[in-house]
Design a protein around this ligand. Structure first.
Ligand SMILES: [Zn+2]
Ligand SMILES: [Zn+2]
Length: 357
């Protein structure tokens, strides 16, 4: 049985405001009306309206009997899960904050991201439509969004529950520099179905470890490697730029060369985990077996990512009337990664797609 059901409302990296990062998902074993998690909130209701005009039955299934209106779908949203406060990831959350119906909605993110949002809901840029207060605080306005910070210092097995049977483990990512030349932080989420013990990994905007002052992706790959492929087999990660983009023009994002580099680093971590398992669980324990395993690591982790699906997201649009770069970017990634034989499959996330995870 799959663990999650997802609809891609938007997956571009700007400037097309009708296709910005926004994913609606739910546990596979529940209905949309039982509650939806909005992962990123770049595009929103206006975009979904256009998608549903094209594909009215997008949310339908044996369990889910539509047709659903845009307002209904967004009224089912129980919480938002946001990787960082850049506008292309929070635009619709801000615009719709005063007009969402349904139960009170929580906004889960790191404290730094929530402080960024607070700078938008400051009464000048936008009315203050979000609050830090608890549900049981009598003074609090029930119509406001509720900030909920995600803890970062959890022990490795501890996940934070954001929804019935869904919990999240958060890792910080580097996403370029802010005005004061300090690292601007984004986040990656391991999102788990607690009953099925299945997860997917979702990256916010991220820069390569190879150019970062302090590498942070490696920690995410180490954690992912422990779970691949049984527990974790789907990864969403950005590739904003086309091949050949100079390093000083990455602005905190990945290009195909760097994405492939990162996926190789994941493959090496997986191979290291497999080698450790072979050492500790080999019943014969023979030196021969150990030697073979060590050789596998040296040959570049071929097949280490068998069964892993990588969805490329956040490709930057070009609005000059030429073909959108998304197809080219995905093609470039495939060409670079295939000769390495890691075993993974590369897909393009597309607006309006329904993905079973
Ligand atoms: Zn972005
Ligand atoms: Zn960003």
């Amino acid at each position: 049985m799959p663990a999650f059901d997802m609809v891609v409302v938007g997956c571009g990296g700007g400037p097309d405001e009708t296709n910005l990062s926004a994913y609606l998902f739910k546990p596979y074993d529940s209905c949309w009306e039982d509650g939806i998690i909005a992962l990123e909130a770049g595009s929103g209701q206006g975009t979904l309206r256009h998608i549903l005009q094209e594909t009215p039955a997008l949310f339908n299934s044996d369990r889910d009997q539509g047709p659903y209106s845009v307002a209904k779908i967004y009224s089912y949203v129980r919480c938002f899960l946001i990787t960082h406060a850049h506008l292309d990831h929070v635009n619709s959350l801000v615009i719709s904050a005063g007009s969402l119906s349904g139960p009170r909605k929580q906004v889960y993110a790191t404290r730094q991201t929530l402080l960024g949002l607070e700078g938008i809901f400051n009464g000048r840029l936008w009315p203050n439509l979000a609050s830090w207060k608890d549900d049981d605080d009598d003074d609090d306005d029930e119509n406001k969004l509720l900030y909920k910070d995600l803890p970062l210092d959890l022990p490795s097995e501890a996940y934070h529950t954001i929804f019935p049977s869904v919990s999240v483990r958060t890792f910080l990512l580097n996403h370029g520099l802010d005005e004061s030349k300090a690292v601007y932080q984004s986040s990656a989420f391991f999102i788990r179905h607690d009953t099925f013990k299945k997860e997917f990994l979702f990256f916010g905007d991220v820069e390569p470890d190879s150019i970062a002052k302090k590498a942070q992706n490696k920690q995410v790959w180490k954690e992912a490697a422990l779970k691949i492929p049984e527990v974790l087999s789907t990864i969403f990660i950005e590739c904003s730029w086309e091949k050949g983009r100079p390093t000083d023009l990455l602005f905190g994002h990945l290009s195909p060369e760097h994405l492939v580099d990162e996926l190789e680093s994941l493959a090496k971590e997986v191979e290291a985990v497999n080698s450790r398992k072979a050492y500790t669980s080999g019943s014969d324990g023979s030196p021969q077996r150990k030697k073979q395993k060590r050789n596998t690591v040296d040959t570049g982790a071929r097949g280490a990512l068998n069964g892993v699906r990588v969805y490329i997201i956040h490709c930057k649009d070009v609005m000059d009337g030429t073909q959108n770069p998304r197809a080219r970017i995905v093609d470039e990634v495939k060409k670079l990664i295939e000769p390495k034989g890691l075993g993974l499959q590369i897909f393009a996330a597309e607006q309006g797609m329904r993905i079973i995870l």
